[in-house]
Design a protein around this ligand. Sequence first.
Ligand SMILES: *[C@@H]1O[C@H](CO)[C@@H](O)[C@H](O)[C@H]1NC(C)=O
Ligand SMILES: *[C@@H]1O[C@H](CO)[C@@H](O)[C@H](O)[C@H]1NC(C)=O
Length: 417
Amino acid sequence: MTTGSGGNGSSKLGSLRLQHYLVMAGVAATVFVACLRYMPAAATGYGLSIAGPALVESSSVAVARAAAAAAPKDEPPPVVIINFGDSNSDTGGMAAASGMNIELPQGRTFFRRPTGRISDGRLVIDFICESLHTPYLSPYLKSLGADFSNGVNFAIGGSTATPGGSPFSLDVQFHQFLYFRARSMELINMGQKPPIDRQGFRRAVYTIDIGQNDLSAFMHLPYDQVLTTKVPGVVAQIKYTIEALYSHDARKFWIHGTGALGCLPQKLAIPRKDDSDLDAHGCLKTYNAVARRFNALLGEACNQLRQRMVDATIVFVDMFAIKYDLVANHTMHGIDKPLMTCCGHGGPPYNYNHFKACMSAEMQLCDVAARFISWDGVHLTEAANAIVAAKVLTGDYSTPRITIASLANSTLTNNEG
Ligand SMILES: *[C@@H]1O[C@H](CO)[C@@H](O)[C@H](O)[C@H]1NC(C)=O
Ligand SMILES: *[C@@H]1O[C@H](CO)[C@@H](O)[C@H](O)[C@H]1NC(C)=O
């Protein structure tokens, strides 16, 4: 373990802002609203601390973009992914929206520069893009260097499915999509070519990974109330969004369930009376029961939608099974301490301290080569995301059992090839 350097006053301010954001994933999204409203825009030169070639893409991505641009006419049409979600799939939207430069050690393992991702490296959505030989998704709000020809990412860290639960809740992300789509149609009507054309929107895979922040925010409420009213309410929002996307021509859906909330160090570090709520793997039973209930209802909602939207493909992915297996069978995956945070404070058992979190001056970082599941107590490491993505890509956790590659490549059943 090494201790992070304190830095000067301005980077402390930055750290504080980021801490607000990281903590929010588990506690209160309103903190971010407060940050957005009351932080002075110039934030004492905070953004100036990173210099250098920040916008250089990795060469493989640049090659992928070039290949996509050069594809001859008779090749299959390019992959288009339109993503909605929270920090689990935020490729820089939160950073762009708030003007935060999310500094190292974020990104230290792969990008080695601030990209706005909350992890030491790539996210599951990044690995999905790589597997489809398409560049990483540009955040909708990225104002420089964005390329939307292979899709657009509306995911923003801290987002909830519940309207008003966060500044960029799923309904807002959906309206941003409508705005983006309407501007694209406007360009077409003016005889210009938008990055995604009408066929592109129809053939696109619409991916959604949201709900973790909603569930986290409920956990102080009575357990029965969470299960009987709160969780169904969150699922209803996601279901409604799928219907709304469908009514705007979306036909291919890839819906992620939520992960093993009760195995997150941030939850485990909350003081408890005794260990009676811990399961055989050291995770919190109540949190995991809520996550499982959410997934069961979301899976059921997808079943219902499949009956009604017969010309759509709606794939539900059981992220709980994947992420719980990662903890339960951690030695198989080469992981030593499945419940310990890589970037946190306090050492074993969880290395997580709510007030001395990752990105605070007092953070303690694991070795770069160490294999941890949890990056900061809430978000996964690149190593964990790679394992999760590999399982997602098998299609074995999908209902119906298909891969995202075949979904992306599939021909629509009417009007279009
Ligand atoms: C652990 O791995 C075994 C063998 O692959 C599997 O049967 C079991 O379901 C896994 N445990 C969990 C909790 O996922
Ligand atoms: C997609 O379909 C085309 C044409 O049918 C095929 O050549 C290509 O290999 C497919 N790609 C994937 C990822 O399945």
